[in-house]
Every structure is written in structure tokens, then in C-alpha cells.
Design a protein around this ligand. Structure first.
Ligand code: SF4
Length: 345
């Protein structure tokens, strides 16, 4: 299906710029449904927040998991954790072990937040210069909310000035890919949840939702890292299909385009899902949940060593790294807690 037409945002808030024909050309996703786009001016963008947990929309509005009406809840990040390494999932979600702040993750959070706030500005003010000016104060606000981020720097970590410069580089790259002056996203950092027939709750935060005048929906996600190589897109697209499934369940409309904006190397990955795609995603999520439940019942959370281990904070507890697995915490209700992940990557 070829995609054309304007992607405007904020139902009822579309600006004249958003209706500019130039703005409407969505690139060409191509008939295969999957496409990459290198630097080109497209449209919209979104951002994840660094709000304290107590202010999280998930805290305020998410459906409680009571083990009866809702058997469990899962986000795409946590599903991805389990698929990558069940033991890591356990440490992160069941044990809730603390993790060291990472400069890469913090860069993602900071850049996402700047982009979010950028869209609060009048359209014509959304320039690279204004975005760059917002980096330092936004970083200070993040630090105030999460003082432990300071631990990333110092003797063994990067120099904070150099790190901020790297954030600026990533942020600047955004403007090679999209022109925020021509966009009015319908939603940014949108909390979504949908209950499947199995009573499994799917939930998470969507970076940005664009809505065209004819009602077509585009889901956009920002990645501060590089795009996956050819043939390795499935993992990245799983998250997007997960969100598309939730939106489909919520609004009765299959999103037309899933768009991943890779700020690490300036590429855009687009995919056009259909109902079969999303049904397959639903089956996959159900299968992941069944495997998580089995692990919970048996206590068997297998490690799965991979390149991901290089970024794992749990080496001291992982037998594949010479560590010792701690005892499981006392079981609480519901049977399995899958927290909503709000991190930015
Ligand atoms: S170190 Fe590797 S195998 Fe061990 S928990 Fe972390 S990701 Fe899993």
C-alpha cells in the first residue's frame, strides 16, 4: 500500500504548516512494507519524559493487575528482555535489582526529553539552535530528578562536557530526518494499554502518534542508537507491532505506518503492518507471557548469554559471569509483575 497524505497531529490542532503539501509527502515506504530512508525531510517526532515515577501516567491510569480480572501485564521492553535473556528479565522485573546508570541510556532520555519539549514551542521556533539551547537546562532538570545519573561521570566514566556534545550531535541529526516546524503530533509519550481476551494487559508508552486528515495513524519511535542491519529489523519492529496491536485494539484502526527514527546514524525504518501481522504479534506476546508464567511457576529463569551481556548490569548475579543467583524475593500478587518501561533508547 502506498502511503501519501498529510500526517498532522493533535486532532483539532492541525496547523497550516502541517497541511503543507510538502509536509505531506511521507517518503515511499514501498510495496514490500519495509523501507529505510536516509536523511530526508519528513515530518513529526516525539519524546519520552523523565518524570518521577510517582507522576507517571502509568501510575495514575493503568489498570491494576489483580490476578483475576487482569492476569498480568507486559510492555514490549519487558517482553524483549525475556526473549533476550529470561534471567535478565527476572533480575529486572521480579527481583527489581538496581542498575547502574548508563551514558547511552541517559543520552536517549535527554534527547527524547528535549524533542518532547521542542514540540511545545511554536512551530517556527522548532529549530536546531533552540533544541541545542534546551540541552543543558533539560540535563540539569534530569539530574535534579535523578541525582544518581551523576555517577556515570568521574574517573571511569565519560567527561560530562564531551558527553553533552555527543547528545548535541544526536539531537542535530534529528533535524536531518524530520522538520518539526511542519509537524503537529497527535500525541507524544502516549500511555496506552489494551486487555487481550486472555486477560493479559499490554501496555507501554508510544513516543509519538501522528494522525492524517483521513484518519490514518502513524506510530513513531525515536532511537538514539544506530539502525539494525538488513535482516535484523524484526527485533526493533516487534516493539512497534506491539504498539500497533494496542492501538488497533483501542481505536479499531490498524496503524498505517510504523516508523523508527534512528538518530545514531540518521536512518528511518518504516513498516506497513496489516491485520495478519498484528494477529501474529498477539500470538507471539501470548507465547512470551506463557513462557514467563512457566518460569515463574518453576523458578527456572535460564541465562541466555549473548552480545547483550556487555550491557547487562547483573554480572555479579549471573552464573555465566561467575556470579551467584540470589534467592527469589517473596512472591507477591499478582503472580508476575511486569512493570511499564519508560526508558528511552
Ligand atoms: S550477563 Fe548475559 S546471560 Fe547473564 S543475566 Fe545478563 S544478559 Fe543474561
Amino acid at each position: 500500500m502506498a502511503v501519501a497524505g498529510g500526517w498532522i497531529g493533535g486532532v483539532g490542532h492541525a496547523s497550516s504548516l502541517a497541511n503543507d503539501p510538502d509536509t505531506d509527502a511521507l517518503g515511499d515506504p514501498g510495496p514490500a512494507g519495509l523501507s529505510y530512508a536516509s536523511p530526508r525531510v519528513s515530518r513529526a517526532m516525539t519524546i519520552p519524559p523523565a518524570a518521577p515515577a510517582a507522576e507517571s501516567p502509568a501510575e495514575r491510569v493503568s489498570t491494576p493487575v489483580d490476578g483475576v480480572d487482569v492476569l498480568g501485564a507486559i510492555s514490549p521492553s519487558r517482553a524483549g528482555d525475556f526473549m533476550a535473556c529470561p534471567l535478565m528479565y527476572r533480575f529486572r522485573t521480579i527481583d527489581r535489582l538496581p542498575e547502574q546508570p548508563s551514558p547511552d541510556a541517559a543520552r536517549g532520555t535527554l534527547v527524547h526529553k528535549v524533542l518532547e519539549d521542542l514540540f511545545d514551542l511554536p512551530a517556527l521556533d522548532r529549530t536546531p539552535e533552540r533544541a541545542g539551547d534546551m540541552l543543558e537546562p533539560t540535563w540539569q532538570a534530569l539530574l535534579a530528578a535523578e541525582p544518581e545519573l551523576e555517577e556515570m561521570f568521574g574517573e571511569s566514566g565519560p567527561d560530562v562536557t564531551a558527553w553533552l556534545a555527543s547528545c548535541r550531535t544526536v539531537l542535530d541529526r534529528y533535524f536531518d530526518l524530520e522538520d518539526p516546524r511542519r509537524l503537529e503530533p497527535a500525541d507524544r509519550e502516549l500511555y496506552v494499554e489494551a486487555l487481550l481476551d486472555s486477560k493479559l494487559l499490554l501496555r507501554g508508552f508510544v513516543d509519538r502518534v501522528d494522525v492524517a486528515p483521513d484518519g490514518r495513524i502513524r506510530i513513531v519511535d525515536y532511537k538514539s542508537g544506530k539502525s539494525p542491519g538488513e535482516g535484523y529489523e524484526a527485533k526493533a519492529l516487534f516493539q512497534m507491532k506491539f504498539y500497533a496491536l494496542v492501538i488497533w485494539r483501542l481505536r479499531g484502526v490498524v496503524p498505517s505506518v510504523l516508523q523508527l527514527v534512528y538518530l545514531g546514524n540518521g536512518e528511518i525504518l518504516r513498516y506497513e503492518p496489516d491485520e495478519d501481522d498484528l494477529r501474529a504479534t498477539e500470538r507471539k506476546v501470548e507465547a512470551v507471557w506463557a513462557a514467563i508464567t512457566r518460569a515463574q511457576e518453576t523458578g527456572d529463569w535460564q541465562p541466555s548469554p549473548s552480545r547483550l551481556c556487555d550491557w547487562c548490569s547483573f554480572h555479579e548475579f549471573c552464573p555465566t559471569k561467575g556470579g551467584t543467583i540470589p534467592p527469589l524475593p517473596e512472591r507477591t500478587t499478582p503472580a508476575v509483575d511486569a512493570s511499564v518501561d519508560e526508558s528511552s533508547d
